[in-house]
Write a new protein. Structure first.
Length: 352
């Protein structure tokens, strides 16, 4: 039994006993069932209801406004893969996995679970064969608009997406700032930096750095409040802009955090060339690409699954180290060093 499957069994709470290959394959096709069961239990707040200890399913149903019989069936399914634990008398308790479904814990995954369970995420997978044949995203045809235009037209979906991305961004921000010395630069431009959470934390950690957020006005309009709340408003500014348009020059470093994976190679190149033009003749300026670097052949990597989301939603992609190197070279940059694969990484790039 290979190590990846043993790891998957451990996560699912299936123990160490190997299953025959056909049964393993069939279990993998149950992913849609498992994910939607977990989504439904997160939506009604089961984990929060169990925060103070185990409860019988009838009491859980009362607290979550659900049908006791249906709730039991979903919880039994979730317990079979280690999310919640069933006890005698139809009583259920939290497990380590279920703890992360609570809304009030530091490493809560509830918002991401709710977003992953939304129609905007699962419906494109029903048309995956179309993308397989064409290489094009199916989201625009399904929903009548591109992903971000759809969010702007549906505030309730956008709110879930924003909460999920903010939670994820807080985690990746710590990883990036721990892994790389952003304090070596005097002036940093965060291009496509959204509401400014990453730039605010960067400036908080490095008091000698000044920062500029460049993004579309409707996205960045809350950034001033974020900067003020973090105590860095005197060293931060917001400039309306578009990474497909002209970008301001004169910065020591330009940051692209989780931007390029939303775009295919042609559009990603257009963004890179705009930044290369902004850098001009300064050989010391740097582009810092903060993105996932895919793991090598056959290795487990959650990024390989996110890559399918990119295909179906935007036509974007996750990239391995060689793909990053080739893309950056075409955009006028040289990658400094070798990034760590299988994780989010800071790709330092110098102008070629």
């Amino acid at each position: 039994m290979d190590s990846n499957w043993r790891g998957a069994q451990a996560v699912a709470g299936l123990g160490d006993a190997p299953l025959p290959a056909p049964a393993r394959l069939l279990l993998l096709t149950s992913g849609k069932r498992i994910s939607q069961v977990i989504y439904a239990l997160a939506e009604v707040g089961v984990a929060d209801a169990l925060a103070d200890g185990p409860l019988p399913v009838d009491e859980l149903a009362r607290r979550t406004d659900t049908d006791p019989g249906a709730l039991y069936r979903l919880l039994r399914c979730a317990a079979a893969v280690g999310v919640f634990a069933e006890r005698e008398g139809r009583e259920f308790a939290l497990t380590e996995l279920a703890e992360a479904m609570r809304a009030d814990v530091p490493h809560s995954q509830r918002d991401m679970i709710l977003f992953n369970g939304a129609e905007e995420m699962w419906a494109p997978y029903g048309r995956i064969v179309d993308s397989l044949r064409t290489g094009k995203p199916v989201f625009p045809e399904l929903f009548g608009a591109g992903f971000f235009d759809h969010l702007r037209a549906h505030p309730e979906v956008s709110a879930v997406f924003d909460r999920a991305m903010t939670r994820m961004s807080a985690t990746t921000t710590r990883q990036f700032l721990d892994a790389y010395d952003f304090g070596r630069f005097r002036r940093v431009a965060d291009v496509g930096g959204g509401r400014g959470h990453f730039l605010a934390e960067l400036l908080h950690r490095h008091p000698s750095v000044r920062g500029t957020l460049v993004d579309q006005p409707h996205v960045a309009e809350v950034a001033a409040g974020v900067f003020a709340a973090r105590g860095v408003a005197d060293r931060a500014e917001v400039r309306p802009g578009d990474f497909f348009g002209e970008l301001p020059g004169g910065f020591d470093a330009y940051v692209l955090k989780a931007v390029l994976h939303d775009w295919d190679d042609e559009d990603a190149l257009a963004i890179l060339r705009r930044i290369r033009a902004a850098i001009g003749a300064d050989p010391e300026a740097r582009l810092l690409v903060l993105e996932h670097v895919l793991a090598p052949l056959n290795a487990w990597d959650h990024g390989k699954f996110l890559d399918i989301d990119m295909l179906l939603r935007f036509g974007g992609r996750e990239r391995d180290a060689e793909q990053w190197r080739e893309l950056l070279r075409a955009g006028g940059f040289e990658l400094v060093g070798e990034p760590t694969a299988g994780r989010w990484a800071v790709l330092e790039c110098r102008p070629a």
